[in-house]
Write a new protein. Structure first.
Length: 381
């Protein structure tokens, strides 16, 4: 049987360090273990270096336009020029970042969240209006959607009244180096970064959806009981972040907050492992990959009580109401002062994370590719 040729949009894998970029890179890495697939990685013109791949099943194809121009041509101006002539004959084209371009073959798109519909006030207005306009048009022609969680899948079915057999929930995975790091390995890393203990760690872009103002207020209140408490934030500055950044800078000046950007995965895993807790105050998430990474490192978790956090963390987290400073502060104090509670969550964390792997995720993606390729081939005259 000839291998299925899958063309994957690798642009996020080149241009985005976390989130969608990590998903794209890890998916491709796991897919190379499957001999049934030939993988073409296509991307817009970029200055980002290509990763090294020794797999004979990986082929790179650069499109002679930048990502911005591709977006304009395919989605704004809506020029229906198929991607196939630019990358060669394939069986499936997979758009890894919400949208997939026109193609003569089967088309699959990954949907990471529906924040542009559910919490549009927390997103960048231009991106929100773009997705609200373009996404429904794509739905009329795409062969299948991959939702990164059952929560996102249910939202898609409810909001767009899609056929359930066209929407697949495939959760992310987690892999090395995200595993518990022993104290003798983690503490030198902490010391080199000037972090004091006990500390909480929060990971994610600084933007309104992540709830950082609520988290900062809760940490300040918890510090009345735990004076040395520090909040370590790992993440870049995102959209609509100016007032949030001002508050974080003021807290950093008081020594309550430490901001880190651009650290390695190995360093991040060490920080998860030695933290008193990983805390996420997000109002909305499609999956929350840092939450899974923290669980894999054995960190106790405090998370807002939203559907996808329940889906990912299960019984391995303390849940608090979104936007509730008092309940979040109480959870922080309780976790840091009750050794039995912290121990229970640490034990549950690794067990919960073991349910997720990129290998399993890639196998589920593979099943979707085979299904849509077969269905598309059967419709050919």
């Amino acid at each position: 049987m000839a291998p299925v040729r899958v063309a994957i949009d690798f642009t996020p894998g080149l241009n985005q360090l976390a989130g969608i970029g990590r998903y794209t890179r890890e998916l491709v890495r796991a897919l190379t273990e499957n001999a049934q697939f030939e993988i073409i990685l296509w991307y817009g013109r970029t200055s980002s270096p290509l990763p090294h791949s020794s797999s004979p099943r990986i082929h790179y194809r650069q499109i002679p336009f930048s990502e911005r121009w591709l977006t304009r041509l395919w989605y704004r101006v809506r020029i229906p020029f198929p991607i196939d002539p630019l990358i060669g004959p394939v069986d499936v084209v997979h758009g890894t970042d919400f949208l997939v371009p026109p193609a003569r073959c089967a088309r699959v798109a990954t949907v990471h969240d529906v924040s542009f519909l559910l919490v549009p006030e927390l997103g960048h207005p231009r991106l929100v209006s773009f997705l609200q306009a373009v996404f429904p048009r794509m739905l009329r022609t795409v062969d299948a959607l991959i939702a990164v969680s059952e929560s996102v899948r249910q939202d898609l079915l409810r909001l767009y009244r899609l056929s359930p057999d066209r929407v697949y929930a495939i959760p992310h995975g987690v892999a090395f180096p995200f595993a518990p790091h022993p104290p003798q390995h983690a503490r030198p890393v902490i010391a080199s970064l000037g972090i004091r203990e006990p500390y909480l760690i929060a990971v994610g872009t600084v933007e309104p959806r992540k709830g950082y103002p609520v988290l900062l207020q809760a940490v300040e209140r918890a510090a009345t009981k735990i004076p040395d408490l520090q909040l370590v934030i790992v993440g870049a500055t995102g959209w609509l972040a100016e007032p949030i950044e001002r508050a974080l800078e003021a807290a950093q000046g008081r020594g309550r907050v430490l901001r880190l950007r651009g650290i390695s995965d190995q360093t991040l895993a060490a920080l998860y492992s030695a933290s008193a807790a990983f805390v996420t105050a997000s109002f909305y998430e499609g999956f929350n990959l840092p939450l899974l990474e923290a669980l894999a490192c054995g960190a106790p978790v405090i998370a807002t009580d939203i559907p996808v956090h329940r889906e990912v963390a299960g019984d391995a987290a303390l849940f608090v109401r979104s936007g509730d400073v008092d309940s979040l502060a109480e959870a922080i104090i309780g976790l840091l002062t009750e050794g039995a509670l912290a121990s229970r969550l640490q034990k549950a964390a690794s067990q919960r994370a073991s349910r997720f792997s990129w290998h399993k995720s890639a196998e589920q993606h593979s099943a979707v590719y085979r299904a849509v390729a077969s269905e598309h081939a059967s419709r050919r005259p």
